[in-house]
Design a protein. Structure first.
Length: 569
């Protein structure tokens, strides 16, 4: 079976192109030894099967970034290369094309976004371009499928170009000659999209638009997530799944240990999805009833931001701010995801190139970015005392995020690449691409996170079975009373936060705490330790060494913050 590799610059529509050819029948996996995700699928034409591979976007084959090196390796392994080009940026895209020609692989060019080129008044002489390059050139519109059939037919006509290796300067000289021969322009009046594109990049208007977008994203994601929980997942879990658990619980009376592992501890004589700690009770509920709804909603909104072309603009706007904490603008994506659920936030740190950046943002998310369900409890517990205590908690967490980020910037050594982003044109999202992409991401989460979170739930259950959790709380209780001004019961609440921070936050309500104690407890609970799901995902993504380092930072930062708040409030 021949390997067909899609190669091209970032933002040329390769993912849409891949989805159009393969549908949703794709397998996403990391390239061996890396965290770079590669999509693969099998396609068939006239009974002939091909393996279709979507290589990471790259501007050049001699680039230093990990994703671009992997793209080069995939191209070397290819039987046929399909060079996907943004027809509206032909000159810049042709540099990679000339490098691919020098690889002497059978090759076809897909001149994508052909409809946009025609609207903008750009004319490209396709026959002349094909003759100059010596390979087939097919204009396509990946979003609608225009030209795809012709492209598949031309895979059999992919030709090995006759091109001699050339230098960097020689390539650009040849590209200039090609552009003069095949491309011309006619004037088009600027549209409202052009004016909006300019406004989103200007400092003042762009900042205001960015704030509005972030605010809207946060509330829409929360609305979708809570809707999925209240109207779909909770009814399924409580009305359909819960009776099955009750039947299994009665059946497992012959083995108390197995019953405790699978079903968990009974709370007031009943199975409690949030507190029983069984693999089939709390394990299923945390993953499917709590984390999954926000995974779906965030990835849906993230896909919209990606496909419309706004996400790179947001990254550019926030790049200066994130640079102050040793990151670049794309760190806004994990941060946004973390506001819904820390688990997808940590998993999405893969979009950052360096391990140093991934470690810093993972620590910051775990410490100072409360998930949506925890935020709901912050409002619920503190809201009855007015808006000021709630706003103060958020202000303290933001201040901690900034201060700790600056400290980590200067203490955590490692490679931090500069942000080099192409700003794509605005486009209307294509639903037939958006939904399969959402499905692939959700499926990837279920495949990767379910076993890890289940293992964490099992570990917590075993700690409760051996009475280690109450013992730990008993040891640290006197410290809380003396130095933090909190009753010893709060120490157990913080320890329980390892299971679910929102549940632990709710347990503060019956303790009759003062407003000051509630503020200190809420801040420390947010910072103290990641929940078990986040803990296990950090272990998987960063490794045991980085997890231990991050845990030490979290414990120290939360304790120090609690001490300071007890003194100043």
């Amino acid at each position: 079976m021949k390997k067909v590799v899609l190669a091209g610059n970032p933002n040329v529509g390769k993912s849409v192109f891949f989805t159009r050819l393969s549908g949703i029948y794709a397998v996403s996996s990391n390239y061996p030894g890396t965290t770079v995700e590669i999509s693969r699928s099998q396609i068939s034409r006239d009974g002939v099967k091909f393996e279709l591979i979507d290589a990471p976007g790259t501007y050049a084959l001699e680039a230093d970034a990990e994703a671009e090196r992997i793209a080069g390796k995939l191209i070397d392994e290819a039987d046929i290369v399909v060079n996907v080009i943004d027809a509206g940026n032909l000159e810049r895209n042709l540099y990679l094309t000339f490098e691919l020609l020098e690889k002497k692989k059978p090759m076809v060019i897909a001149l994508n976004m052909w409809d946009e080129v025609q609207r903008r008044g750009v004319k490209i002489d396709i026959p002349t371009l094909s003759k100059i390059l010596g390979i087939p050139v097919i204009p396509v519109v990946a979003t609608t499928g225009e030209g795809m059939k012709q492209l598949l037919q031309d895979l059999d006509h992919a030709r090995i170009p006759i091109v001699e290796p050339s230098s960097h300067q020689e390539r650009w000289h040849e590209i200039g000659q090609v552009i003069q021969a095949v491309q011309s322009f006619s004037y088009k009046k600027p549209t409202w999209v052009d004016r909006l594109k300019e406004a989103t990049l200007l400092p003042f208007s762009g900042f205001l638009i960015g704030l509005g977008v972030l605010y809207g994203v946060f509330w829409v994601v929360r609305f979708i997530g809570e809707g999925l929980i209240n109207y779909i997942l909770d009814p399924i879990l409580y009305r359909l799944y819960y009776p099955l658990l009750l039947s299994l619980d009665r059946y497992l009376t012959f083995s108390p240990f197995l019953r405790t592992i699978l079903i968990g501890h009974l709370v007031d004589g009943k199975i409690d999805f949030e507190q029983s700690l069984g693999l089939l009770s709390t394990g299923i509920y945390v993953e499917l009833g709590v984390v999954l709804p926000y995974i779906i909603s965030f990835y849906f909104i993230l896909g919209l931001l990606e496909d419309t072309g706004y996400l790179p603009r947001l990254a550019v706007l926030l790049d200066g701010f994130f640079h102050r904490v040793g990151l670049h603008g794309y760190a806004i994506v994990p941060t946004l995801l973390g506001l819904g659920c820390n688990v997808p936030g940590i998993m999405s740190t893969r979009i950052l190139e360096s391990k140093t950046e991934r470690f810093i943002i993972s620590v910051l998310i775990s410490i100072a970015v409360p998930c949506a369900s925890q935020q709901a409890l912050i409002f619920g517990v503190l809201g009855k005392h007015g808006t000021m205590p709630v706003m103060l908690v958020y202000f303290i967490l933001l201040l901690v995020w900034i201060i700790l980020g600056v400290i980590l910037k200067y203490t955590v050594k490692g490679y931090r690449p500069a942000l080099i982003l192409e700003i794509p044109p605005y486009r209307f999202p294509y639903w037939k691409t958006l939904l399969p992409k959402l499905w692939l991401r959700v499926k990837g989460f279920l495949k990767e996170a379910l076993p890890v979170v289940s293992l964490g739930i099992l570990a917590v259950n075993l700690l409760f079975m051996t009475n280690l959790f109450p013992y730990i709380a008993q040891i640290v209780g006197p410290f809380f009373q003396r130095f933090l001004g909190l009753p010893s019961e709060v120490s157990l609440v913080l320890v329980l936060g390892f299971l679910r921070k929102d549940i632990a936050m709710g347990l503060l309500a019956p303790l009759q705490l003062t407003v000051k104690q509630l503020i200190i407890s809420s801040v420390m609970l947010a910072m103290f330790f990641p929940c078990v799901a986040t803990f296990m995902v950090i272990l998987k993504e960063l490794g045991a060494k980085k997890l231990i380092q991050g845990t030490i930072i979290m414990l120290f930062a939360s304790t120090l913050t609690g001490l300071i708040l007890n003194l100043v409030l």
